[in-house]
Design a protein around this ligand. Structure first.
Ligand SMILES: [Zn+2]
Length: 736
């Protein structure tokens, strides 16, 4: 026996006390643990109740979320229904539109805000020098139907006379009438794009410089498909519209019927030689640079030097010198094959017919939509046949849209002054930095890019310029006035004023040909619910109009802002690296900066997305998605979601976790994905759904939710979706 053991078992007088003390200590310990447990319990409970945000902003946000979602549906089964089920029930399609959605409603709210601002007439309009005064005056001219009815015909007759007459209306055509000169005037004065598009833009292969650009035409009937498919409803309705309008313009009835048919036949022939959008993604392949001399020689049936010189005949360089072109002038053509085929097409039709087509398009695009009855009724009949609307849209909508596109910086100036929250700019700046960081992290961790490609890609992200809200000069009325100083208002004359605005607008665009590209210039106004990536300038643009709920709100928890505007930011950044954007380098020039092995890996990944989306069916019309034409947007959606989520997790680490929303039983990770989905809540009628699927580069709302979320491991984890469930399929695609 060892002595210490003996000691330990010896019944000494002190051992009873030791036992008592031990029992007391044990009791104290139990008591202490009980108190600690209770404290933790109360702490958690106390923390829980204080962690719920009860501010009016949070309550409103929570109520919008709850009233939109259908929580009886399993989010792993159909997340779109889970997020939007009740929203859809509560938002029937309005009578004056073919669709309704959260996104479109935001645009409507913006239109309404602009209307209120343009309606304000607290002081007499200074339509001589003030840009805002001119915009307001234009808007009121547009609303004044009786004045328009009184004098539209005078303006119409003057313009048609300047074109040399309109044969459909019985005017004699000069035997030497030149299509080149007529169309050049139409482009210079009315932004015409019906025969082909001719404009000035940064050169894709030398992004510091502007260049003349020729592209295929913008057809009147939605897209190429609607002409080339066998006889269809849209084409028939359009034919009827041309005929009815010609008769309203006093054309002889028999003549009108024949000419309408000829016009649509010519437009169909034109549609037939255009390239379908889905084949136009590869700009590098589409791009051809050619001199005017070469055009003259290889495209002999259209006098290109005459056309360009006529188009610029009233335009000048900064030093006052007239702008002229010669055989050495370079022109960029998107889709040279179209021009080659146009050169074959033109001589097949007589000038009279082509002139009729051009003047019809001119009238359709610049006058018809703003004319009161009986024209308004005729065009309404056309829209109604196509299920675009069941009742006429109230007039002011069109007037707001016109002025917002003709003088975007004037309308933007009043919009941001009254509706822009400057705090937003700061927050969005921080978000952009985090999302760019996440993109770079992702980029560097990829194994399919070579080291060199990674480095250049990283440089491209780091040099990506950001434009948020609006350009600073909008705060300075003198600067805005100066921008529109040549815009002339003709009191009492809507169309005269509109046409003078068109001409000035075009002048600004075309005169850039002699100037370097100004990277500070905003390509879009601020009063827009949209966002952009511009490949030539390698920049992302977020106009003030998109920085509001459902995309962004300072009342939203950060999870929702990242799921909203955050995903949009990621989407735009990813456009710099989608099937089109990846062709441009950090300076905005098309050049091959990826090695061939990386390109083929990229294409393999993009192919996965294309195949996946092509297998999706829009149940409503049982029609498949065109995975090819939506590829770029789908890549951007998938990449954007992933980057924004990662950036949110970084943000969460740097800031305190936001409080919970009252009554919303969702974690912040779940809210991130829910808000992303709720942006796309919406419905459209069947005809509109078919048109969208045939014409849009974007997938429809339900697919924009289904695709990116079912490719996301982060989503599956946030909602605990079993592998193999509808929203967490085992096979996933990703590019970025
Ligand atoms: Zn996009």
């Amino acid at each position: 026996m060892r002595p210490d053991e003996e000691d330990g078992t010896t019944k000494s007088p002190g051992s009873r006390w030791t036992r008592i003390w031990a029992i007391i200590a044990l009791i104290l310990l139990i008591l202490f643990l009980l108190v600690l447990g209770a404290a933790i319990y109360f702490y958690i409970n106390y923390k829980d109740s204080s962690d719920v945000c009860l501010s009016p902003g949070c309550i409103k946000t929570a109520s919008v979320i709850l009233s939109s979602m259908n929580s009886s549906v399993d989010p792993c089964d159909d997340f779109y229904e889970f997020a939007c089920g009740q929203w859809i029930k509560g938002h029937p399609i309005p009578d004056d539109a073919p669709s309704v959605s959260n996104f479109e409603n935001l645009g409507q709210d913006l239109e309404f805000a602009l209307k209120e601002l343009l309606d304000e007439n607290d002081e007499p309009y200074d339509y001589e020098t003030s840009a805002v005064g001119k915009a307001k005056y234009f808007y009121n001219l547009c609303l004044n139907e009786s004045e328009i009815l009184d004098n539209w015909r005078t303006t119409f007759d003057e313009v048609v006379k300047s074109f040399g007459g309109w044969p459909s209306l019985g005017h004699q055509m000069k035997p030497d009438a030149s299509i080149e000169m007529l169309y050049a005037d139409m482009v210079a004065k009315f932004k015409a794009d019906s025969l082909f598009k001719a404009t000035v833009q940064p050169d894709d292969k030398n992004s510091q410089r502007h260049v003349l650009l020729i592209d295929q035409p913008q057809l009147n009937l939605f897209a190429r498909d609607f002409y080339v498919a066998a006889e269809n409803e849209e084409r028939m309705a359009y034919l009827q519209l041309i005929r009815d309008v010609l008769i309203l313009l006093d054309a002889d009835r028999t003549r009108a019927t024949l000419d309408a048919k000829e016009i649509i036949d010519f437009e169909t022939a034109l549609a037939n030689i255009t390239m379908a959008d889905e084949h136009r993604h590869d700009i590098a392949e589409l791009y051809t640079k050619i001199t005017l001399g070469e055009m003259r020689r290889s495209l002999p049936h259209f006098n290109w030097p005459l056309f360009f010189n006529r188009m610029f005949k009233d335009l000048h360089e900064k030093n006052g010198k007239r702008i002229t072109f010669d055989d050495n002038t370079e022109v960029v053509v998107y889709g040279y094959e179209f021009l080659r085929r146009l050169d074959v097409l033109i001589p097949q039709y007589d000038n009279r017919l082509i002139v009729n087509y051009l003047e019809w398009c001119w009238f359709f695009k610049t006058m018809l939509r703003d004319l009161p009855d009986p024209f308004a009724l005729t065009i309404f009949k056309f829209y109604k046949t196509l299920n675009i609307m069941n009742v006429q849209k109230v007039r002011w909508h069109g007037c707001v849209t016109r002025i917002n596109s003709l003088m975007p910086m004037a309308t933007s100036a009043i919009y941001v002054k009254n509706h822009f929250d400057h705090e937003a700019k700061q927050q969005v700046e921080e978000m952009i930095s985090l999302i760019m960081e996440s993109f770079v992290d992702l980029l560097l961790s990829e194994d399919w890019l070579t080291k060199e490609t990674k480095q250049t890609a990283k440089q491209k992200v780091n040099e990506m310029k950001r434009k948020i809200g609006y350009p600073d000069y909008l705060n300075d009325p003198a600067a805005v006035n100066n921008e529109y100083k040549t815009f002339k208002v003709y009191p009492g004359h809507y169309y005269q004023t509109k046409f003078s605005f068109y001409e000035q607008y075009q002048r600004d665009v075309l005169e850039r040909i002699t100037e370097a590209v100004d990277r500070e210039r905003w390509v879009a106004g601020a009063a827009l619910v949209n966002a952009f990536y511009s490949p030539n300038t390698n920049e992302i643009i977020f106009p003030a109009g998109i920085l509001q709920p459902v995309f962004y709100s300072k009342d939203f928890p950060s999870s929702m802002n990242f799921g909203g505007i955050g995903v949009v930011i990621g989407h735009e950044i990813t456009h710099g690296f989608d099937d089109r954007g990846r062709l441009y380098d950090n300076l905005g020039n098309i050049r091959q900066w990826w090695d061939n092995a990386t390109i083929s890996k990229f294409e393999h990944k993009a192919q996965c997305i294309e195949k996946q989306y092509s297998s999706y069916v829009l149940d409503q019309i049982n029609m498949q998605i065109n995975g090819k034409s939506t590829k770029g947007e789908n890549i951007a959606d998938n990449g954007g979601l992933k980057q924004a989520y990662r950036a949110y997790k970084k943000y969460e680490k740097r800031h305190s976790r936001p409080p919970r929303l009252p009554g919303v039983n969702l974690t912040h990770d779940q809210l991130f994905f829910l808000n992303y989905a709720q942006i796309w809540c919406g419905t459209m009628n069947d005809k509109e759904a078919i048109r969208k699927l045939r014409t849009s580069e974007h997938s429809p709302g339900p697919i924009r939710v289904k695709g990116p979320l079912s490719n996301s491991y982060d989503f599956a984890k946030a909602y605990n979706c079993e592998p193999g469930s509808q929203m967490n399929p085992r096979e996933k695609c990703r590019v970025w």
